[in-house]
Design a protein around this ligand. Sequence first.
Ligand SMILES: [Zn+2]
Length: 102
Amino acid sequence: MYGFIHISLHVVVPIALAWFLFRDDWLKAALIMLAANLVDLDHLFVEATSEPVQCAINTYPLHTMFPISFFGALLFLPWKPVRMLGVGLVAHMLIDAAGCGL
Ligand SMILES: [Zn+2]
């Protein structure tokens, strides 16, 4: 059940953010933010464990503080598609952090 809610959030939250933050261009924003979920491909580089890891933060290479601070910096760049990607990545990390008991 946790996995289902988590995956749903990774789909619903980017679409909602696209609608509220980039309404004039929301479809493009939604697609870019959904693509931000591809950061989870870093899980492939970590040895698969039998138990699914609930807390991705600091477990996978792109879910550590250094890349996350870089994702946050994207929010302040002057190119709209890059900001869309930044919003998607930061939202992704916040959703993942919810699995860490934050
Ligand atoms: Zn993740």
